[in-house]
Design a protein around this ligand. Structure first.
Ligand code: GRF
Length: 212
Protein backbone atom coordinates (compact mmCIF):
# COMPACT_ATOMS: atom_id res chain seq x y z
CA UNK A 1 0.00 0.00 0.00
CA UNK A 2 1.03 3.56 -0.65
CA UNK A 3 1.19 5.31 2.72
CA UNK A 4 0.78 9.01 3.45
CA UNK A 5 1.67 10.53 6.83
CA UNK A 6 0.37 13.74 8.44
CA UNK A 7 2.56 15.26 11.17
CA UNK A 8 2.68 18.63 12.92
CA UNK A 9 5.90 18.56 14.87
CA UNK A 10 9.15 16.78 15.48
CA UNK A 11 8.11 13.69 13.65
CA UNK A 12 9.95 11.05 15.68
CA UNK A 13 7.08 8.63 15.00
CA UNK A 14 7.33 9.56 11.33
CA UNK A 15 11.04 8.70 11.49
CA UNK A 16 10.24 5.32 13.06
CA UNK A 17 7.77 4.67 10.23
CA UNK A 18 10.24 5.83 7.55
CA UNK A 19 12.93 3.54 8.97
CA UNK A 20 10.54 0.60 9.27
CA UNK A 21 9.23 0.73 5.71
CA UNK A 22 12.63 1.59 4.21
CA UNK A 23 14.70 -1.04 6.05
CA UNK A 24 12.68 -3.55 8.09
CA UNK A 25 9.54 -4.35 6.10
CA UNK A 26 9.77 -3.09 2.54
CA UNK A 27 7.02 -5.43 1.36
CA UNK A 28 4.18 -4.23 3.61
CA UNK A 29 4.00 -0.71 2.25
CA UNK A 30 5.81 2.37 1.09
CA UNK A 31 5.68 5.89 2.51
CA UNK A 32 5.10 8.07 -0.53
CA UNK A 33 3.97 11.40 0.90
CA UNK A 34 4.27 13.41 4.12
CA UNK A 35 2.05 16.40 4.83
CA UNK A 36 2.00 18.99 7.60
CA UNK A 37 -0.08 21.95 8.66
CA UNK A 38 3.24 23.66 9.43
CA UNK A 39 5.67 24.44 6.59
CA UNK A 40 8.52 24.50 9.12
CA UNK A 41 7.72 21.11 10.71
CA UNK A 42 10.81 18.97 11.22
CA UNK A 43 8.69 16.11 9.87
CA UNK A 44 8.81 17.62 6.38
CA UNK A 45 12.60 17.90 6.52
CA UNK A 46 12.81 14.24 7.59
CA UNK A 47 10.75 13.24 4.53
CA UNK A 48 12.72 15.43 2.15
CA UNK A 49 15.94 13.89 3.49
CA UNK A 50 14.63 10.51 2.33
CA UNK A 51 13.44 11.82 -1.06
CA UNK A 52 9.79 11.53 -0.14
CA UNK A 53 7.24 13.98 -1.55
CA UNK A 54 5.85 16.53 0.91
CA UNK A 55 2.84 18.83 1.08
CA UNK A 56 1.73 21.72 3.28
CA UNK A 57 -1.86 21.76 4.49
CA UNK A 58 -2.67 25.47 4.20
CA UNK A 59 -6.14 25.11 5.73
CA UNK A 60 -6.56 22.07 7.98
CA UNK A 61 -10.37 22.36 7.76
CA UNK A 62 -10.36 22.12 3.95
CA UNK A 63 -10.90 18.41 3.40
CA UNK A 64 -11.28 18.75 -0.36
CA UNK A 65 -7.82 20.30 -0.63
CA UNK A 66 -6.35 17.54 1.58
CA UNK A 67 -8.05 14.83 -0.51
CA UNK A 68 -6.70 16.48 -3.67
CA UNK A 69 -3.13 16.29 -2.34
CA UNK A 70 -3.62 12.67 -1.22
CA UNK A 71 -5.06 11.70 -4.61
CA UNK A 72 -2.19 13.39 -6.45
CA UNK A 73 0.24 11.21 -4.48
CA UNK A 74 -1.98 8.12 -4.86
CA UNK A 75 -2.09 7.67 -1.09
CA UNK A 76 -4.07 4.57 -0.07
CA UNK A 77 -3.44 4.52 3.69
CA UNK A 78 -3.24 7.69 5.78
CA UNK A 79 -1.31 7.72 9.06
CA UNK A 80 -1.36 10.49 11.67
CA UNK A 81 1.93 10.92 13.52
CA UNK A 82 1.64 13.79 15.99
CA UNK A 83 -0.86 15.61 13.77
CA UNK A 84 -2.54 18.20 15.99
CA UNK A 85 -5.47 19.16 13.77
CA UNK A 86 -8.85 17.47 13.53
CA UNK A 87 -9.04 15.57 10.24
CA UNK A 88 -12.06 16.86 8.25
CA UNK A 89 -15.05 14.53 8.09
CA UNK A 90 -14.87 14.05 4.33
CA UNK A 91 -11.26 12.83 4.65
CA UNK A 92 -12.21 10.52 7.53
CA UNK A 93 -15.01 9.03 5.46
CA UNK A 94 -12.93 8.72 2.29
CA UNK A 95 -10.25 6.88 4.29
CA UNK A 96 -12.54 4.81 6.53
CA UNK A 97 -10.55 1.79 7.69
CA UNK A 98 -7.44 3.31 6.13
CA UNK A 99 -6.76 6.12 8.63
CA UNK A 100 -4.70 5.51 11.78
CA UNK A 101 -3.53 7.49 14.79
CA UNK A 102 -1.15 6.91 17.69
CA UNK A 103 -1.92 8.35 21.11
CA UNK A 104 0.41 8.38 24.14
CA UNK A 105 -1.98 6.86 26.71
CA UNK A 106 -4.18 3.82 27.16
CA UNK A 107 -7.37 5.18 25.57
CA UNK A 108 -10.08 5.98 26.42
CA UNK A 109 -8.17 7.29 29.46
CA UNK A 110 -6.38 10.61 28.96
CA UNK A 111 -7.63 11.24 25.44
CA UNK A 112 -9.87 13.75 23.71
CA UNK A 113 -9.81 17.49 23.07
CA UNK A 114 -6.77 19.22 24.58
CA UNK A 115 -5.06 15.94 25.47
CA UNK A 116 -1.87 16.15 23.47
CA UNK A 117 1.84 16.44 24.12
CA UNK A 118 2.99 16.72 27.71
CA UNK A 119 -0.56 17.54 28.87
CA UNK A 120 -1.37 13.84 28.54
CA UNK A 121 1.55 12.80 30.71
CA UNK A 122 0.94 15.56 33.26
CA UNK A 123 -2.65 14.34 33.61
CA UNK A 124 -1.49 10.74 34.05
CA UNK A 125 0.94 11.79 36.81
CA UNK A 126 -1.68 13.98 38.50
CA UNK A 127 -4.07 11.01 38.58
CA UNK A 128 -1.59 8.86 40.49
CA UNK A 129 -1.77 6.08 37.88
CA UNK A 130 1.12 3.63 38.04
CA UNK A 131 0.77 2.63 34.40
CA UNK A 132 0.36 4.52 31.16
CA UNK A 133 0.96 3.35 27.62
CA UNK A 134 0.31 3.67 23.92
CA UNK A 135 -2.82 3.22 21.82
CA UNK A 136 -3.00 2.83 18.05
CA UNK A 137 -6.49 3.20 16.66
CA UNK A 138 -8.52 3.77 13.53
CA UNK A 139 -9.65 7.39 13.28
CA UNK A 140 -13.26 8.54 13.23
CA UNK A 141 -14.67 12.07 13.44
CA UNK A 142 -13.67 12.79 17.07
CA UNK A 143 -10.23 13.17 18.65
CA UNK A 144 -8.80 9.91 20.01
CA UNK A 145 -11.89 7.81 19.42
CA UNK A 146 -12.25 4.97 16.95
CA UNK A 147 -11.62 1.25 16.97
CA UNK A 148 -8.50 0.27 18.89
CA UNK A 149 -5.92 -1.68 16.89
CA UNK A 150 -3.38 -2.29 19.65
CA UNK A 151 -2.25 -0.99 23.03
CA UNK A 152 1.01 -1.37 24.91
CA UNK A 153 1.51 -0.58 28.60
CA UNK A 154 4.33 1.58 29.89
CA UNK A 155 5.16 1.85 33.60
CA UNK A 156 4.94 5.16 35.45
CA UNK A 157 7.96 5.44 37.77
CA UNK A 158 7.93 7.18 41.17
CA UNK A 159 10.09 10.18 40.18
CA UNK A 160 8.61 10.69 36.72
CA UNK A 161 8.05 14.16 35.32
CA UNK A 162 5.83 14.67 32.28
CA UNK A 163 8.92 14.71 30.09
CA UNK A 164 10.55 11.53 31.47
CA UNK A 165 7.24 9.70 31.13
CA UNK A 166 6.75 11.12 27.61
CA UNK A 167 10.17 9.82 26.57
CA UNK A 168 9.43 6.31 27.88
CA UNK A 169 6.02 6.24 26.19
CA UNK A 170 7.51 7.59 22.94
CA UNK A 171 9.96 4.68 22.87
CA UNK A 172 6.99 2.30 22.95
CA UNK A 173 5.19 4.34 20.27
CA UNK A 174 8.19 3.96 17.96
CA UNK A 175 8.08 0.19 18.41
CA UNK A 176 4.31 -0.31 18.27
CA UNK A 177 3.16 2.10 15.58
CA UNK A 178 5.14 0.73 12.59
CA UNK A 179 3.92 -2.81 13.37
CA UNK A 180 0.30 -1.60 13.42
CA UNK A 181 0.64 0.43 10.23
CA UNK A 182 2.26 -2.56 8.51
CA UNK A 183 -0.54 -4.83 9.75
CA UNK A 184 -3.22 -2.57 8.23
CA UNK A 185 -1.19 -2.05 5.05
CA UNK A 186 -0.84 -5.80 4.55
CA UNK A 187 -4.51 -6.50 5.35
CA UNK A 188 -3.76 -8.42 8.56
CA UNK A 189 -5.87 -5.89 10.47
CA UNK A 190 -9.10 -4.47 9.06
CA UNK A 191 -11.92 -2.26 10.28
CA UNK A 192 -15.08 -4.35 10.15
CA UNK A 193 -18.63 -3.23 9.33
CA UNK A 194 -19.26 -3.56 13.09
CA UNK A 195 -16.88 -0.64 13.66
CA UNK A 196 -14.35 -2.90 15.41
CA UNK A 197 -10.80 -3.79 14.49
CA UNK A 198 -10.35 -7.38 13.24
CA UNK A 199 -7.27 -9.52 12.86
CA UNK A 200 -4.06 -10.14 14.73
CA UNK A 201 -0.68 -8.48 14.98
CA UNK A 202 2.39 -10.28 16.19
CA UNK A 203 3.78 -7.99 18.88
CA UNK A 204 6.47 -10.38 20.11
CA UNK A 205 9.10 -7.85 19.02
CA UNK A 206 7.88 -5.52 21.77
CA UNK A 207 8.28 -8.02 24.57
CA UNK A 208 11.82 -6.84 25.30
CA UNK A 209 10.69 -3.22 25.73
CA UNK A 210 8.98 -3.37 29.11
CA UNK A 211 7.61 -6.17 31.19
CA UNK A 212 3.86 -6.39 30.84
C1 GRF B 1 3.47 11.45 20.14
O1 GRF B 1 3.49 11.28 21.52
C2 GRF B 1 2.13 11.02 19.57
O2 GRF B 1 1.57 9.95 20.25
C3 GRF B 1 1.29 12.23 19.78
O3 GRF B 1 2.16 13.32 19.52
C4 GRF B 1 3.51 12.93 19.76
C5 GRF B 1 4.24 13.21 18.49
O4 GRF B 1 5.61 13.03 18.60
N1 GRF B 1 0.10 12.16 18.98
P1 GRF B 1 6.50 13.00 17.28
O5 GRF B 1 6.17 14.26 16.48
O6 GRF B 1 6.17 11.77 16.52
O7 GRF B 1 7.91 13.02 17.78
Amino acid sequence: MRIGVLASGGGSNLQALLDHFAHVDKDAGEIVWVGSNSASAVALARATAMDIATGVIADATDGVAILTQLAAANVELLVLAGYLKLVPTNVVHAFAGRLLNVHPSILPAFGGVGMYGERVHAAVLASGATQSGVTVHFVDDAFDRGAIIAQWPVPVLPNDTPSTLAARVLRAEHALYPLCVAAVASGAITLGPDGQSHGRINLAALDTLFTR
